[in-house]
Design a protein around this ligand. Structure first.
Ligand code: ZN
Ligand code: ZN
Length: 356
């Protein structure tokens, strides 16, 4: 499988007239050769590939890395790789400028003397964003773990409980039920804190009549789940209920637009159009969704400025939200596989307003 991915990279090298690509971003390394550790560097050339890591991973690479030649060494990893590959003088080596520090670049320049480094932002995105069967199944597994956690956490969402207690329980249960860990720190935002879309979890105690937005997800074999549900603790006021219904309508409406070939920004626009009809569009202040995979946020982006066209096999989130300062917020988020004629929903938790 990783062999095939490395060959896909080689085709990109030819198309972009590059002699090699240096890959330092760990999720991309994991995608291309299976390595899940914290220190590695991969060089893919038109004829070969070498993966380098340090001695801590000497055993792990034997189990995980499949495809490239492996070199275990000390010191800068580019120095470990350079003697093992033959590059012509003036070779063009592509790199991802968004994942490369200035310090790394200066090390690479001294390891690969005479090479020309060429920025190729997003070069691997088209490969990485389209998931194969195993990747979709891994995501499905991550979603299943998070949904089980959700059902076990719900009974503790009651007046008086602190947001942090709920977040801690989610983290604990993710691990208990077989996840690698949280995919990101759980967000638990109650009452007026719900108006902060990325609020984390605080010491605040939940009160009766409030909405609580919980955004959580885990990793399973590196693949992420990312789910948000907003619930009511006791009967919510009519304005909060209307907010909830508007976001739900927006989420369901934009989900219906999802299929391969559709412009991502059109899906985002549909979510905004529905919120506008409820006069809530000004309170929707982030993009509709994002790709999901070995990274929690990847391509494509479902946003007003996105130029992405959705493709069969991409996994995306659909997460409209409304955040009214001083009042509260609602967000509903599902994980979805884009298909030629529609979508395959990975999340299955109910979305009608749950009044606890
Ligand atoms: Zn989320
Ligand atoms: Zn998300």
């Amino acid at each position: 499988m990783t062999r095939r991915r490395l060959d896909d990279v080689r085709r990109l090298l030819v198309a972009r007239r590059l002699d090699a690509l240096v890959v330092s971003h760990l999720p991309q390394i994991r995608y291309l050769c299976g390595f899940s550790g914290s220190n590695g560097l991969l060089l893919v050339t038109r004829t070969t590939d070498v993966f380098a890591t340090d001695g801590r991973y000497a055993e792990q690479v034997k189990q995980e890395v499949n495809g490239p030649r492996v070199a275990v060494g000390a010191g800068p990893l580019a120095d470990v790789i350079a003697p093992r590959v033959r590059l012509r003088r003036g070779a063009r080596i592509g790199f991802d400028p968004e994942q490369t520090s200035i310090a790394a670049m200066s090390r690479w320049r001294s390891s690969f003397r005479g090479a020309m480094f060429t920025p190729v932002p997003g070069l691997l995105d088209p490969l990485i964003s389209v998931k194969d069967h195993d990747e979709i199944e891994a995501t499905r597994r991550a979603v299943a773990i998070s949904e089980r956690v959700w059902k076990e956490v719900l009974p503790m969402v009651v007046p008086g409980v602190r947001e942090m207690e709920i977040a801690a329980r989610i983290t604990f249960l993710h691990r208990l039920h077989g996840a690698d860990g949280d995919g990101f720190e759980p967000i638990v935002a109650s009452g007026p804190r719900g108006a902060l879309p990325h609020a984390g979890a605080s010491e605040r105690r939940i009160r009766r009549g409030e909405l609580v937005t919980i955004d959580f997800g885990c990793r399973w074999k590196g693949y992420h789940s990312d789910i948000t549900r907003t619930v009511a603790v006791g009967r919510p006021s009519p304005p909060l209920r209307r907010m909830y219904q508007a976001v739900l309508e927006s989420q369901l409406g934009s989900l219906l637009m999802l299929r391969a070939g559709v412009a991502a920004r059109e899906v985002d626009a549909e979510a905004r159009r529905i919120l506008r009809s409820h006069r809530l569009q000004p309170y929707f202040r982030h993009s509709l969704g994002h790709g999901l995979g070995l990274q929690i946020h990847e391509q494509p982006r479902l946003a007003p400025t996105s130029s992405d066209i959705l493709r069969d096999g991409q996994i995306v989130t659909v997460e409209p939200g409304v955040y009214v300062p001083g009042v509260g917020g609602v967000r509903i988020e599902d994980d979805v596989v884009v298909r030629p004629h529609g979508r395959d929903l990975l999340t299955s938790l109910p979305k009608d307003l749950l009044v606890l």
